[in-house]
Structure formats: C-alpha cells, structure tokens
Ligand binder design. Structure first.
Ligand code: ATP
Ligand code: MG
Length: 441
C-alpha cells in the first residue's frame, strides 16, 4: 500500500475550494501535532472538478483526542465511532484511521463480524495505509494532506480516477459481505460520477444483492435518499434494476412488476426523471413524493385485489392497501412518519381529484398537499391517456380567474352527472359525509 504522491503543484486542488469549517478542523488538528487529511469523496470530487457534497476528514487523533480539541464536538456511532465537529448546521465528520481486524478480534466492543462476514463493529485504529485499505473504492482512497497540500492516492485510485473506473479495494466478494451497502454505493458513484464499474467489481453484485435485506431499515432509508435524490435518480434506478439491487429494497414493487405490470417500472422512471429535472433546476424535492411513486404499483394493485376478491368498496380497499403496503415496506427500508403521512396524502388525493362536483375543487385547492397530489396526477397522466382530461382540467382550474373557475366547475359537474367517470376508478355512490350528530337534549 504505497501511495502515489502528487505534490501541491501537480494537482488542481486549492484551499479556496475547501469549506472554511473543514479547513479550520484540518488546521487545528495539524497544529496540535496530529496528521490531518481531507479524505474520500471530497478529494475525489475536487479532482474531478466537481463541488463536493461534504468534506470528510481523517486523522491519527482518536475520537477522544478530537473531542478535547474542539468544544463543538460530539462523538457518534457505535458500529463506526466518529467525531462530529459542529458549526451551526454544518457538520464536519472526523474519522480516526482504521486498522486491521485480525489482531484484536477477541474484543467485540472494538470490532465484530457476523457469521456472514458482515462487519458489525469497526473501531480498531491504525495507520493511514491501513485506513486506505479499509475504504471501499480506490477512487475514495485519496487523501489531501493539510501539512504540505499534497494528494496521496492509494491502491491505484489516482490512475482509476483518470480512467474513470470504479474499482473496489481488495477481494470484491469479501468486501461486499463485510458491508452489502457497498453494492449500492457502487451504482450510486457509477451513475453520479459517470464511472464504469470494473468487471471484477461488478461480477459478484447480482448474486450478493439479497444480502441487503440484512441491513437495518433506517440505514437503507438514508441510502435510498442518496441513490434517488442526488440528481441522477433515473440512471441509478436503471443500474439498480440491472444488478438486481432494486428488488431487495422494494420487494413488493418488484413483485408487482414481475407479474407483468411493467407500467409501474416506467412510472418510477418517469418520477425519477422528473425529480432529476427539479434538482437540476434547484427546486425542492421531497422523499414523500418519491416513495409515493415507488410504492404506487403495489397500492393500486392491492386496492384492485381487495375490491375484486375481498368485495370491499373502493375507499376501504384503498385505505387498507395503503396501510398494508407501507407497513410491509418499512421492514426493509424505513420511511419516517413525517414522510409516510404525506405519502398517504398524495395517494388519497388521487382518489379525490376526480371528484369535482360543487365546492369540492375549491376545498381541494386548500389541501396542504394539493400541489404534490396534482404533480403526481400529472405523472400518472403521462402514462395513462384516460387521465389527460382530468390533469388538464386541474391545470386550467388553478390558472383560471374566479369567473372562469366557476365555469370550469360547472362543466366538471355536468361531466360527473352525465357520462362516464373521468378517471379509471368508479366514483363512490354517495358522498362520504359523517352523519350529523344530533345534539342530545
Ligand atoms: P458522497 O459524500 O459524495 O456521497 P463519499 O465518497 O464522500 O461520497 P461518504 O459516505 O461521505 O461518501 O464517505 C466518505 C468516505 O468514507 C468514502 O469516500 C469512503 O472512503 C469511506 N466510506 C464510506 N462508506 C464506506 C463503506 N461502507 N465502506 C468502506 N468505506 C466507506
Ligand atoms: Mg462524503
């Protein structure tokens, strides 16, 4: 593990590109006599001429020593102990060099591995060479030294970066077993940075993909956000499908699609293309919209099944399906409640938007999630021509002045009373209104 060294005049990284807070941490560590490097994605992205998402730091100071240097420091993580140095909302992650496991494997508080070879704890400290070896990809084993502004590239990382090649360090199968999330990271970096996954790095993915079901749902939630909400969601999704990485995360969606409902795959791609576009335009994206799209296939399918086989009314079938799909999904990928409630809102609006009689359209406009529900309808309409009229009606209704709105509401009234329903779903027979309770006297 001898690094290739680029001296300060042999690479394009300048301190102006590094965040002030990261520099502060680097300098303070260095002044206190520790080694301090910017590491991983920060160095990789700067060498690629991109703006890094965050700046991570590696040092030979232990987490406790880091804590002593910074009053604004918090130690986090059991599986992988780290120091977080806090500057308001900006968090600089400081990791101590990781060492090899074999010498100290007896103490499971320091390091531990499951019977499948998964790393449960990784808190053995070591040298920079050992630290580099423990990183996932060669292009992530890059270190920018604050002492002399040189870049150290381990394991052929600099060469691979130049060749735009994504290469796992060490034996791929062992490394994926240690941490199956590395398979997701492979497709994420490949899609985001336009790197080709090397043949030996991609070879075991398909057969090891099922190991992802052993990863805690909360960690997978964080990973899916990085996979789908980082600007290259559609491409990432395609690669996940290609490598068999989608089904372990979204088993019900995969199952519905496997039964020949390919339109749901197209729908997810459309939703992701739309999300990518919004990110490119610096518009806000919410995980709820994404999850509503990812799980729309199972929800629609289950609803139909409950109606056809269970004899339930549409509304009850739908509510039951939504509950069931969400409660099954959170067993593999968590969905925090603040998002899952919005997912439900978006779905429920799909049921309400076709109903445009009387004051309803005005009330729906006031719904806090109307916009997300409407956007979702637009997406659905792109794949289902029967929804075009409805989608356009809502577009017009929003843009119209009060007089035109009244006119639009009347035409919708006529349609609902007259010919077939606007959407593919049967309208409810009578408005669901709670019976007014009599005042007891
Ligand atoms: P980005 O921040 O753009 O998502 P990154 O490469 O910085 O990409 P982080 O998750 O921020 O990714 O991790 C920082 C560094 O830590 C990585 O570059 C890599 O060297 C190392 N690393 C992260 N996760 C793993 C892992 N699961 N296995 C091995 N090394 C990892
Ligand atoms: Mg990073």
């Amino acid at each position: 593990m001898q690094p290739v060294v680029l001296e300060r005049d042999q690479h394009g990284i300048s301190r102006r590109q590094i965040s002030e807070n990261a520099l502060k941490v680097l300098y303070r560590l260095n002044k206190a006599g520790f080694e301090a490097y910017l590491v991983g994605g920060g160095v990789r992205d700067l060498l690629l001429g991109r703006q890094p998402k965050d700046f991570d730091i590696a040092t030979n100071a232990t987490p406790e020593q880091v804590k002593q240097l910074f009053s604004n420091c918090r130690l986090v993580g059991r599986r992988f102990r780290l120091a977080h140095v806090l500057f308001g909302r900006d968090v600089i992650e400081v990791a101590t060099f990781r060492g090899h496991h074999h010498q100290v494997n007896t103490n499971k508080h320091i390091s531990a591995q499951s019977s499948e070879g998964m790393l449960l704890r990784d808190n053995v400290y070591g040298t920079i060479e050992e630290d580099a070896e423990r990183r996932d990809f060669t292009v992530n084993a890059l270190y920018y030294n604050i002492a002399d502004f040189s870049v150290l590239g381990f394991a052929g990382g600099l060469k691979d970066l130049e060749a735009r090649r994504l290469e796992l360090i060490g034996d791929p199968e062992t490394r994926y077993r240690e941490d199956p999330v590395r398979m997701l990271r492979a497709v994420r970096f490949s899609a985001k940075l336009d790197l080709a996954i090397s043949p030996r790095t991609e070879a075991p993915i398909q057969s090891l993909a099922p190991l992802l079901s052993d990863i805690p749902p909360a960690r997978l939630f964080e990973e899916t956000l990085k996979l789908f909400l980082a600007g290259q969601g559609q491409e990432t999704y395609r690669q996940m499908q290609h490598y068999g990485l989608f089904a372990p995360l979204f088993p019900e969606t995969a199952e519905v699609m496997g039964r020949g409902h390919n339109r749901y795959g197209r729908f997810i791609e459309l939703a992701l293309a739309n999300t990518d576009e919004r990110i490119a335009q610096d518009l806000r994206v919410t995980p709820a919209f994404l999850y509503a799209a990812l799980l729309w296939g199972p929800v629609e399918t289950r609803t139909q099944e409950f109606v056809n086989d269970g004899g339930l009314g549409y509304y009850d079938a739908f509510m039951l399906a939504a509950d069931e799909v969400i409660s099954r999904q959170v067993k593999t990928v968590a969905i925090p409640r603040r998002f899952s409630s919005v997912v439900r809102d978006i779905w429920q609006l799909q049921e309400r938007l076709p109903k445009r009689a009387g004051k309803r359209p005005y009330r729906l406009l006031e719904h806090p999630k109307f916009r997300a529900g409407y956007d979702f309808l637009l997406l659905r309409a792109e794949l289902d021509p029967r929804l075009k009229e409805l989608a356009e009606w809502w577009t017009d209704f929003q843009a119209a002045n009060p007089v035109d709105r009244q006119q639009l509401a009347r035409t919708a009234d006529d349609q609902e009373n007259g010919d077939a329903e606007p959407g593919p779903r049967p309208p409810r027979k009578r408005p669901r209104r709670r019976p007014r309770r009599r005042k007891e006297t």
